[in-house]
Ligand binder design. Sequence first.
Ligand code: LLP
Length: 421
Amino acid sequence: MDHFLYKNGILHAEDVPLPEIAAAVGTPFYVYSTATLTRHFRLFDEALEGMPHLVCYAMKAASNQAILKTLAELGAGMDVVSGGEYARAVAAGVPGDRIVFSGVGKTREEMRAALTGGIRQFNVESEPEMRALSEVAVSLGVKAPITIRVNPDVDAETHAKIATGKSENKFGIPISRARAVYAEAAALPGIDVVGIDVHIGSQLTKLAPYRNAFLKVAELTDALRADGHDIRRLDLGGGLGIPYTRDNEAPPLPIEYGNLIKEILGDKGCEIEIEPGRLVVGNAGLLVSEVIYVKEGEDRRFLILDAAMNDLIRPAMYDAHHDIEPVVEPAPGTERIAYDIVGPVCESGDTFAKGRHMTPLSDGDLVAFRSAGAYGAVMSSEYNSRPLIPEVLVKGDQFAVIRERPSFDEMIKRDTIPQWL
Ligand code: LLP
């Protein structure tokens, strides 16, 4: 459920008509709903009720300060994967003891920054990383709390580019080697082992892969405890999928996911951490764009928008589907025609949808891409020197620009010409 509905024939974000935002900020732009963000965060929090837990929002999905602050005020922790994300989380007011640091290639500099600024735990992904972290911690006179991310070798049944839990993926330590790695961790002077971490992929639409992974984590928890480790936290990653189309088979609900966690890991006496990103923000955001031209090709009709692959790369990168809807609600029964929906970038890959059946549209009409809140704005670029597009946050009948569109001057000023040129 989200808060983007037609009211009086116009698509709204909560109580704000989208054309009003378009008139104020220009198109294209991203718009987020506070009510949807809040609702989706709470679904996870409630799904784990009854177990000690922390929902650490995977901020790679959308990391605008206003989004982070909205979630932080609801009690969210953050899952960060870079020094930049760590700095953003801290700037949004998230206390260090609610920040977990994931990622396969943390640098010593990033480790130092997090150990100095405060961190709940590092999710360590390799022995060399663990040794480096121990050295950095010792040099600062502290111990680094860690979990070790294990790779359970399960098939997440998702797009190959976002599956992470198979042995062929670069992530984590093979679960078969986990006991040896934990033994080394326990012996390192700068390391404090606090738990286990697992994350098997993104946009999972079934619970079975989770079941397989959690069963392996349960077994490993017992084995590591028998080896003398104090396993007190289980970080179970993120990845729960969202519906990208209305007619899609519905992915499992957070409550079902929570019940599975309780069923398999509820009796371990551990604090549970999860790292959802997409489900929190995906359907809390739209990309709104204007039709520039409708062009008749030889045997197809192109809808040329002012948004492009640099603004939303998911269709080009993952063949992802996003529902695209006219902002003015079509009259019931209006016949649909097929469009290839494209952007202005000079690449054939700049195609959002092929043969998409839409009610007729013309120049100046607004359209909205649904489910664009996650991995939308954060993956955008200025390719073709197209400025990063604004982000807008809505709450009830209010809206605010939470990231401005840079001017061409600002973009150009980021470059410098060497003195000798
Ligand atoms: N935790 C870790 C360690 C992760 O690597 C990820 C996502 C998450 C949590 C959050 O997963 P989520 O709940 O959002 O599925 N750009 C791709 C998705 C990449 C996901 C990367 N890791 C896309 O647009 O589909």
